[in-house]
Design a protein around this ligand. Structure first.
Ligand code: PEP
Ligand code: MG
Length: 890
């Protein structure tokens, strides 16, 4: 018989931490905490397999489920000595969702389940506190009503407001038992009216309603959006956790809190978090009362830390903190409740953290001896380094502070103000940088938060939805900026007497919480300290070399600063657009004779030579792959009449002739037209000039510095061996000429891009004349899919959304198709030439998943844009540690 229900706590632990696929993260960790002796209220987990079963079987549960749930419930009853639905001594439970990975705020929690008109009296008697009992009951109806029955949240708030008004209270806390009793009556009436049915009073019905709501919420639109953004398959399903209630709101010796074992913003090794005395879980995040800090050291004037207010429970919690970190060897995010001075753990999980914190925690834990260096390398998500490599505000820049909130997620961001998630998405899609400003955010806003450069909220703390989600997404965020008044209707925010309209620019500093009017200058990030340490550990374990795609001295400099081990792709056409040379380039293209082209190329030669001299100097002996001219010539064509006239004058001809020539040169499918090596084959003088510039530059730098550059000359868009044979012969001929002229020789190699399916399929033939291959996976993706890389943006997102494609294949390599071609070419190429050097220089060279694939196939290096070099170094290290290349034969 399938086991659908797993118990935990009170001496029975069916699950453990590594069963998160089955029990969800929350359920697995509750079982784990209980098994290492931490105080966990007893409960049970309904597995994710039930969720999958439910959706596969027309929303029916497996038939054994009821019995298994009843049995598990009975075990809790025995353990705590209370009975579900018992009027005198009622067991109350919480119902929480819990998927394999945490999905913040996706599904709500129902607390105090089991309360009704009878059990509320039992609770009042047992606790000796009428007010507590009726408040618990109204909280239950409110949570159950909105989460399970779908009644609008505001309708409950309205009833509370009326009650406060009637009794002259300002805060909820001033309402007495009798007031809450009236609120309960009001709630029940309103729910019956809103749903057409009385509020369910039978605890069994309540329980199954809540369980159904958790499974139902797995497919709600906001959960679907969250999963899409985080690559979480719907098939994983969620588990449901049912647990005996403990109360943090049963008096002043009770409390509840949310904390992290280290600071999730900076990674600092301090106990970080918030707690509230006499409160229930949702009070901490709801922002009605201001949560207080954990430690005395962190308490500001007027605040009371838990360390001071509840020294014993705090001391116990500190022990738990240590136990958890030693046990999980990672920073934990925990929830706890203190009931009558006794501590209970309600949750632990690996804490979400900023990129900076992730780095610091990994390096610190390795240095503390909790983990080893390779483990530290595995701990940091390569993509998150992006955030650390992003600019921060220039301390010297002038600025006008608008307001200050909480530093919820670091990094600086600048953009125009928008007040809704939809607007954020719409403007970001048009290429605008936007700052999403909200009173508070909710899971409905995540797509807009993702589209925004930064997020500003006026309400909520460091564990508010905005803060948690922004940190996870790596968006700078200032939360809880209470000095800001947002008027959604007017589309304005005001702070300190300044009015800012939608569309005006502001700047955020998520590390300090400051908000500035206008744009503030930013500076480049620091690459020393923990960053350098971790990179060093990564370099020690990686096999793949990492190069950069760079053609300007600035890019080459940046690449070296980030640790590039050479240039994997210098796109020479990018050197043709400068003002001082575009004229000669155009003259070359428009000339109808070889002589005319050679004249123009002669003018370009000194420019190209000096470009390469600079690159070789910067790269100081590291390999530099220079790709000869690739794009269709028409990309350089003049468009305006005066430009055409200028070229005409240079060539001694007239405007009409130029116009005709321009028309002749235009192509129906330029990407598949006269480009790449086809240019070199038909106009050999172009590649000859480029080869000459390369060799002359290399020899000049060799003489100047005493160390010879290593040019690797790369021919683009080869589809047939003959094409490489012809163009390679041109290069070799020029090399011999330059060597003879200068009396110096130099090592060089000539290779090809593999960026057409035919090249991949005939790689054995091509390898006979190639010294190396570099996979141009941009074009290879374009040509394998028959999908224009310039037009795909219009419909690819739809494909990804509808799961027709798992990911954008121009971002992450399509392993099945494009990857298969890479594997074929690798195998065929190396069969002919053992040890043939292989690299990748398409955008995929900087994508961690694609790098994992490159490790598996056994490429020698990846090449990516300079800013992604650290990402690639770390991803390459993780790929090596994962053993991806273990079963490689080549
Ligand atoms: C490629 O096609 O992958 C490549 C690197 O070349 P480009 O992007 O310049 O076409
Ligand atoms: Mg290409």
């Amino acid at each position: 018989m399938t086991k659908w229900v797993y118990g935990f706590g009170a001496g029975r632990n069916d699950g453990k931490a590594d069963m998160r696929n089955l029990l969800g993260g929350k359920g697995a960790n509750l079982a784990e905490m209980a098994s290492i002796g931490l105080p966990v209220p007893p409960g049970f987990t309904i597995t994710t397999e039930v969720c999958t079963y439910y959706y596969d079987n027309g929303k029916q549960y497996p038939k054994e489920l009821t019995d298994q749930v009843n049995e598990a419930l009975a075990r809790i009853e025995n353990a705590v000595g209370m009975k579900f639905g018992d009027a005198a001594n009622p067991l109350l439970v919480s119902v929480r969702s819990g998927a394999r990975v945490s999905m913040p705020g996706m599904m709500d929690t129902v607390l105090n389940l089991g309360l009704n008109d009878e059990t509320v009296l039992g609770l009042a008697k047992r606790s000796g506190d009428d007010r507590f009992a009726w408040d618990s009951y109204r909280r239950f109806i409110q949570m159950y009503g909105s989460v399970v029955l779908g009644v609008d949240h505001h309708r409950f708030e309205e009833i509370i407001e009326e009650a406060k008004h009637a009794s002259g209270a300002v805060e909820d806390t001033e309402l007495a038992a009798a007031d809450w009793q009236k609120v309960v009556a009001g709630y029940k009436e309103m729910v019956a009216e809103a749903t057409g049915k009385p509020f369910p009073l039978d605890p069994q019905e309540q329980l199954w309603g809540a369980v159904g709501a958790v499974f139902g919420s797995w497919m709600n639109p906001r959960a679907n959006t969250y999963r899409r953004l985080h690559d979480i398959p719907a098939s994983w399903g969620t588990a449901v956790n049912v647990q005996a209630m403990v109360f943090g709101n049963m008096g002043n010796d009770c409390a509840t809190g949310v904390c992290f074992t280290r600071d999730p913003s900076t990674g600092e090794n301090i106990f970080y978090g918030e707690y509230l005395i006499n409160a229930q879980g949702e009070d901490v995040v709801a922002g009605i009362r201001t949560p207080q800090p954990m430690s005395k050291a962190r308490a500001k004037p007027g605040e009371t830390s838990m360390e001071e207010a509840m020294p014993e429970a705090y001391a116990e919690l500190c022990k738990v903190r240590e136990t958890l970190e030693r046990h999980y060897t990672d920073m934990q995010d925990i929830e706890f409740t203190v009931q009558s001075n006794k501590l209970y753990m309600l949750q632990t999980r690996n804490g979400k953290r900023t990129a900076a914190a992730s780095l610091k925690v990994a390096v610190d834990m390795a240095e503390e001896g909790l983990i080893d260096h390779p483990e530290a390398v595995k701990r940091v998500a390569p993509g998150s380094l992006d955030q650390l490599l992003h600019p921060t505000l220039d301390p010297k820049a002038s600025r006008k502070v608008l307001t200050k909130g909480l530093p919820a997620s670091p990094g600086a961001a600048c953009g125009v103000v928008v007040f809704s998630a939809e607007e954020a998405e719409a403007r970001a899609n048009k290429g605008e940088a936007v700052i999403l400003v909200r009173i508070e955010t909710s899971p409905e806003d995540i797509a807009g938060m993702h589209a925004a450069k930064g997020i500003l909220t006026t309400r909520g703390g460091m564990t508010s939805h905005a803060a948690v989600v922004a940190r996870g997404m790596g968006r700078p965020c200032v939360a809880g900026a209470g000095g800001v008044v947002v008027d959604y209707a007017a589309g304005t925010l005001s702070a300190g007497g300044t009015l800012v309209h939608a569309g005006e620019t502001i700047t955020l500093d998520g590390a300090t919480g400051e908000v500035f009017l206008g744009a503030v200058a930013m500076i480049e990030p620091q690459l020393s300290g923990d960053f350098a340490t971790l990179m060093g550990w990564a370099d020690a374990v990686r096999r793949l070399k990492v190069r950069a795609n760079a053609e300007t001295p600035l890019d080459a400099d940046t690449a070296r600063k980030f640790g590039a081990e050479g240039i994997g792709l210098c796109r020479t056409e990018h050197m043709f657009f400068d003002a001082d040379r575009i004229g000669s380039v155009r003259q070359m293209i428009m000339s109808e004779t070889e002589g005319g082209r050679r004249d123009a190329l002669a003018k370009l030669l000194p420019f190209q030579r000096s470009d390469f001299v600079e690159l070789f100097r910067i790269m100081a002996g590291l390999p530099v792959t220079i790709r000869l001219l690739d794009p269709p010539l028409h990309e350089f064509l003049p468009h305006k009449d005066e430009e055409l006239a200028e070229v005409a004058a240079g060539l001694g001809t007239d405007l009409a002739t130029m116009k005709r020539r321009a028309a002749d040169l235009s192509e129906a499918n330029p990407m598949l037209g006269h480009r790449g090596c086809r240019l070199g084959v038909t106009y050999p003088e172009i590649y000859e000039m480029q080869a000459r510039a390369i060799f002359e530059a290399a020899i000049q730098v060799a003489k100047e510095t005493g160390s010879a550059p290593v040019p690797e000359i790369m021919i683009p868009l080869v589809g047939m061996k003959k094409e490489l044979e012809i163009t390679r012969a041109q290069v070799d001929k020029v090399a011999q000429e330059v060597f003879a002229e200068t009396g110096t020789t130099l090592d060089y190699s000539v290779g090809t891009m593999i960026e057409l399916p035919r090249a991949a399929l005939t790689a054995d033939k091509i390898a006979e004349v190639a010294d190396f291959f570099s996979f141009g996976t941009n074009d290879l993706t374009q040509t394998t899919f028959g999908l224009s890389r310039d037009d795909a943006g219009k419909f690819l997102p739809y494909y990804v959304e509808k799961d027709i494609l798992p990911k954008d294949p121009f971002v992450s390599i399509d392993v099945e198709g494009v990857g298969a071609l890479v594997e074929i070419a690798t195998e065929k190429g190396r069969k002919v030439k053992n040890g043939l050097k292989l690299g990748i220089c398409g955008e995929h060279g900087g994508d961690p998943a694609s790098i994992q694939f490159c490790e598996k196939v056994g490429l020698d290096y990846v090449s990516c844009s300079p800013y992604r070099v650290p990402v690639a170094r770390l991803a390459a290290a993780q790929a090596a540690l994962s053993g991806a290349g273990a079963d490689r034969t080549a």
